[in-house]
Design a protein around this ligand. Structure first.
Ligand code: PA5
Length: 450
């Protein structure tokens, strides 16, 4: 068995959950695991992510690495156009595994578009692209999502004007459905390099498909190690389908036990700013998977110690419906010590010679104890260090944890029907064909609300 090194620490839950509560929810684990592996649960046609890491063949990884190399040779910027699951996974991994100021260095930088409809954002981006060599990926499983479609239309025109149509086509990679959707049609017509998003993998579970892997490879990250890490967690999960000794199952059980005891908001906490987008990815994964039928834990996030000086007050003393899940990294990649100062005006000499990571870890423990005292249960997810392997493990950990948790909550963790509501209203208000009746209803609503 390949060893996993992502662990869970539940000792800080003692004051909040009894053994019998844990057993009550833990009993469900073998059944929900069966629903996943036997494909008997709701949304069972979207379980392709379950064995995706072990099914990813070497030749696909080699192809992606080669494509990334070509992009790195000709582009200073690689624009990833996508929204939701079509960009958050890539951004989460790239930022988690890059050095903080790598964008000032001489290498291809991945940047993002199509994740908003801000006119200023795209106009500023075009100004930048006027001055830089670039290539782009347009990523949309459905191939019809409005935000990336608008961005792609604008950037495609810019690219064609800058390089001419023939060269522009060589600078575009399309990642979409294997046969349907407007993007697939265009990619075929214009002969773009294309990768497929598998039918049975939903957007928010797609980071280990080309959706995430191509941008991650362009950022210079070892995608083989990333997938290898996920493979280890996949194998571990399959071999341990009960609560005991399985941190994924324990995470799902504890979340459900806390939720049913009134802790309805989960805050993902990190002490490394480069995990900011990992929390964003996690929020999408859990929010879209569980938040339905008027149920579900609300996923939030903070970055400490920064947010201890803002949200820390609420967490310590506000409404008590919170619990925290702390991503705890044992070892930092770099070493930096606090220098001694002769006059000690700032009174820091008592920690002179200590590493910053020691101080950061101490802040973490101090905060855990303070928040527990304040009535906020803490789960700690521990990683030895941030590497492609451990981040790969963590991705699979949270994906499987989400599926288990969603089934325990009795929802379909693989659909997102609620996302359609805003889209329909927007289409109607923009006057899209077929939305005339909705337009009439919305206009009446607007009149009565005047
Ligand atoms: O998880 C999901 O399915 C969504 O968040 C999608 O990823 C998002 O809406 C983008 O969809 P698409 O890739 O079809 O453009």
């Amino acid at each position: 068995m390949k060893m996993i090194n992502v662990q869970i620490d539940l000792k800080y839950l003692k004051d909040f959950l009894s053994e019998s509560q844990l057993q009550q929810y833990g009993k469900q684990i073998p059944d929900v695991y069966r629903m996943i592996y036997d494909k008997t649960g709701a949304g069972n046609d979207f379980l392709g992510w379950v064995d995706l890491p072990s099914q990813t063949n070497e030749s696909l990884l080699e192809d992606i690495i080669a494509c990334a190399k070509t992009i790195r040779q000709k582009a200073e910027l690689f624009v990833v156009i996508g929204i939701g699951g079509s960009y958050l996974g890539a951004r989460a991994v790239i930022e988690s595994l890059s050095t903080y100021f790598s964008h000032y260095e001489n290498q291809t930088r991945v940047i993002y578009a199509g994740q908003n409809i801000s006119e200023d954002y795209l106009a500023d981006l075009l100004d930048l692209l006027d001055k830089k060599e670039y290539a782009l990926a347009v990523i949309s499983k459905s191939g019809t999502t409005t935000e990336p479609a608008i961005a792609f239309r604008i950037l495609k025109a810019h690219l064609e004007q800058k390089y001419g149509i023939a060269e522009a086509r060589k600078r575009i990679v399309a990642i979409t459905d294997k046969s349907k959707g407007a993007l697939k049609q265009l990619a075929d017509a214009e002969n773009y390099k294309t990768y497929v998003v598998p039918d049975d993998v939903g957007g928010r579970y797609s980071v280990l498909t080309p959706v995430g892997l191509l941008p991650i490879a362009v950022a210079g990250i070892d995608i083989k190690q990333l997938v290898f890490g996920a493979q280890k967690m996949e194998a571990f999960s399959r071999a341990n389908q009960q609560m005991e000794a399985n941190p994924i199952a324990q995470y799902a059980v504890v979340r459900q036990a806390l939720y049913h005891s009134g802790k309805t908001t989960e805050i993902m906490v990190n002490y490394e700013p480069r995990l900011f987008y990992f929390s964003e990815w996690w929020k999408q994964l859990y929010g879209e998977s569980e938040g339905k039928e008027q149920k579900g834990i609300f996923p939030a996030s903070v970055g400490f110690t920064t947010d201890l000086h803002s949200m820390g007050q609420y967490i310590q003393e506000g409404l008590r419906m919170l619990f925290e899940t702390v991503i705890s990294i044992e070892k930092s990649n770099r070493e930096l010590r606090i220098p001694h100062a002769e006059n000690d005006l700032d009174q820091l000499n008592y920690i002179a010679g200590h590493r910053l990571s020691e101080v950061n870890r101490t802040a973490e423990m101090g905060t855990v104890f303070a928040h527990i005292d304040g009535g906020v249960p803490n789960i700690r997810i521990q990683l030895p260090e941030l590497t492609p392997d451990s981040v790969g493990q963590l991705i699979y950990f949270f994906e499987m944890g989400c599926a288990l948790s969603g089934y325990m909550l009795n929802v379909n963790p693989f659909d997102q029907p609620g996302v359609e509501a805003y889209k329909n209203n927007m289409f109607a208000l923009l006057g899209k064909k077929g939305y005339e009746e909705l337009m009439r209803i919305l206009k009446t609503q607007m009149e009565t609300n005047k």
